[in-house]
Design a protein around this ligand. Sequence first.
Ligand SMILES: NC(=O)c1ccc[n+]([C@@H]2O[C@H](COP(=O)([O-])OP(=O)(O)OC[C@H]3O[C@@H](n4cnc5c(N)ncnc54)[C@H](O)[C@@H]3O)[C@@H](O)[C@H]2O)c1
Length: 375
Amino acid sequence: MEKFKPVKTALIGSGMISGIYLENGTKNLKILDVCGCSDLIPERSAKRAEEFGIRQMTNEEILSDPSIELIINTTYPTAHYDVAKAALEAGKHVYTEKMIAPSFEQARELRDLARSKGLFYCGAPDTFMGATFQTARQLIDGGLIGTPVAATAILARSYHHERYYTGDEKRFAFCPSGGVLYDMGSYYLTALVSLLGGIQEVCGFAQIRDPHRVYQNPDSPHYGEPMEVESWNNAAGTLRFENGVLATLMTTSESGGFENGLTIYGTNGRLTLGDPNEYGVPLTLTNKLGGPIELPMTHAYGNGNFRCIGVAEMAYAIRAGRVPRTEEMPVHVLEAAQGIWSSGEAGTFYKMTTKCSRPAPLPAGYTENPELSLR
Ligand SMILES: NC(=O)c1ccc[n+]([C@@H]2O[C@H](COP(=O)([O-])OP(=O)(O)OC[C@H]3O[C@@H](n4cnc5c(N)ncnc54)[C@H](O)[C@@H]3O)[C@@H](O)[C@H]2O)c1
């Protein structure tokens, strides 16, 4: 059927996360015809190409191949803008890993460029399409917790103590767009927007706690040398949603104790959803009758790492002539994260300039052939 002809796809950025994209993209998602991959470091793309039986290509070969329709951009955050822009200018649809661009202004520019060319510029995360968040969406929409009134989202971890410093951090976790509010906050903000809808206004604080560090990773060539942290690693925000819900978001990469999770409070109970970086974490209900009680999942993609289902959903949207569920939200989410920081800098509330409607829910069921739920 022409409508579901596989979308010829190539991946740019064959680093760590490319493995799971290519695993799912070449083996599990029929709508994708992943033909090749590239990297600035050719050994990396050669390794992935061999691993998954696809072609090792250069960026130029990918962009000049008219049969390639869709680019998966899994470069590190500081390269997201240039790679996505080149791909859009070459007439390709783009799906970029989070955050969708280093700054909101750049993301808006590329969104406008894509729309002017009739292309889609979409972005991660796609974990909101997993079983936990889709089950929660159905339950909230069905009235299980009454009217949602408030939410909390929290991520506390330690990049410092995890000895994260490898030598690449200037281009990744410690670049301005790679701090914890962007790097991990995107999962929490995406989950909240997918459940509650668009954000109207934000305020908060984002800071760099102790910028002067020493490389702690013995495997780094810079081990023991001083380094400067350039991105916000401790941030707290308050969000007001269009529907009136008030939420708090706390992200820190400076905590010796790990915690993550997200809770939605409604007039008749609360749903606790666990880590939005996962697809199928337990979902519990607490209300006047008791709890917390774990609820069964009603949706597909509950047990595993399904990164790339967002690309597949986008490919189905391309074939069906509809807008992908990941088109509007990543730019909105980036604006909210940046708004939290800029509110603190300016000492004012930040009024969102982008609007975002909740992406359509995925249908329940489809456990035998989960890909059908993405059409
Ligand atoms: N590592 C994770 O666990 C993880 C999880 C989810 C999402 N992500 C996101 O995925 C993206 C990539 O993360 P990663 O951990 O794979 O990083 P990585 O540094 O391991 O890989 C990125 C790769 O992109 C390549 N690259 C950079 N600029 C390029 C260009 N112009 N052309 C071609 N290749 C280029 C680099 O050489 C590198 O191999 C980031 O946006 C990150 O936020 C990472």
